[in-house]
Write a protein that binds this ligand. Structure first.
Ligand SMILES: Cc1ncc(COP(=O)(O)O)c(C=O)c1O
Length: 352
């Protein structure tokens, strides 16, 4: 196994190390006790992200999972339900938290191939006001979903539909700025923050992660109205998310907002480079990436060699996840040379 410096870690964009400048910002952060709402760095971050996305208030939380939990439990009560995608993190990957902690029932729907939840299915899933049914209170979308950008016209239509039916709308925007970067490129616009705001404004609440493409070590924020955030604050406390001198972490997140949004396009370009590098290998079907996540399906005889491939890559200091569907994620700590090494190693494996 190679040392960390030569590792090409494509497992996730969560694996990044804070940059020296981020560490400096953390070390210099003024601190207080955030449980008394007295940490200036946390307060500054909350104000910054709320203003950036056009909301009244924000709440800093340790994880994206806790952010989604606080959101769902603030929108829904016991016996309510939320409509959500089968593949959504807030349904499939969070230990059933909304049901476990809030007695909130998920109503999962299948995704269309582009990641959307078809409008007709959303409408059909909204239950009438009848004692037989849970009360449908919330539509939860995710953007990007598995690295896919949801078409903006779809986001508008789905959230308009939800509003017209009296539902609240939550976005798991763990990778909102990746979505905004891709959407800006698609529309030949350059203001990524404006694009993020455009997406976020379709929702009543949005969860944003700093520990993914933005490169901070820890932290997410939930944004919404003042009243909604007051409810979420109470739930965060119950979930054990009141973190005292959390300004150390908020300063890293704040630094990421100031310095790491405009470089996300580099990660997307590296994902394209990786996808293009893997084109034409027999037994690999490469999904063209919208953002920083590349999925590669192994088919035919290549499928049987999946574990062997991952082990061989691992031996060469190249890390990825998956089995028959491999996932490669680009981020702050991967460069073009690393991507080229990964491509060469995969090509070499299938030649052997
Ligand atoms: C889309 C999405 N939402 C939420 C989360 C949860 O974030 P955390 O791992 O910080 O709980 C993740 C984590 O990978 C994610 O990909």
């Amino acid at each position: 196994m190679t040392d960390r410096s030569s590792l090409v870690d494509l497992r996730s964009d969560t694996v990044t190390q804070p940059t020296p400048a981020m560490r400096e910002a953390m070390a210099a952060a003024p601190l207080g006790d955030d449980v008394f709402s007295a940490d200036p760095s946390v307060n500054a971050l909350q104000e910054k992200i709320a203003a950036l996305l056009g909301f009244e208030a924000a709440l800093f939380v340790p994880t994206g999972t806790q952010s989604n939990l606080c959101a769902i439990l603030s929108h829904c009560g016991r016996g309510d339900e939320y409509i959500v995608g089968q593949q959504a993190h807030a349904y499939r990957w969070e230990g059933g938290g909304a049901a476990v902690f809030g007695s909130v029932q998920p109503q999962p729907l299948d995704h269309a191939p582009d990641g959307t939840l078809p409008l007709a299915q959303i409408e059909a899933a909204i239950k009438p006001d009848d004692a037989h049914f849970a009360r449908t209170k919330l539509l939860a979308l995710e953007n990007t979903l598995g690295g896919k950008l949801l078409p903006f016209e779809y986001v508008q239509a789905a959230t308009d539909l939800a509003k017209s039916k009296g539902l609240q709308r939550h976005l798991d925007g763990a990778r909102l700025f990746n979505a905004a970067t891709a959407q800006a490129a698609l529309n030949k616009r350059t203001d990524i923050r404006a694009e993020a705001r455009r997406i976020a404004q379709c929702f009543d609440s949005v969860s944003v992660c700093f520990s993914k493409g933005l490169g901070a070590p820890i932290g997410s924020t939930l944004v919404g109205s003042r009243e909604f955030i007051a409810r979420a604050h109470r739930i965060r406390k119950m979930a054990g998310g009141g973190m005292r001198q959390a300004g150390l972490l908020a300063a890293a997140a704040s630094h990421a907002l100031d310095h790491h949004i405009d470089r996300l396009a580099d990660d997307h370009a590296l994902a394209q480079r990786l996808a293009q590098g893997l084109e034409g290998i027999e037994g690999l079907t490469v999904e063209a990436p919208h953002t920083n996540i590349v999925f590669v399906d192994l088919t035919g005889a290549a499928q049987a060699r999946s574990s062997e491939l991952l082990a061989s890559l691992n031996q060469q200091g190249i890390l990825a996840t998956g089995l028959y569907r491999l996932r490669f994620v680009t981020h702050l700590d991967v460069d073009a040379a690393g991507v080229d090494r990964a491509v060469a190693a995969i090509r070499g494996f299938f030649k052997a």
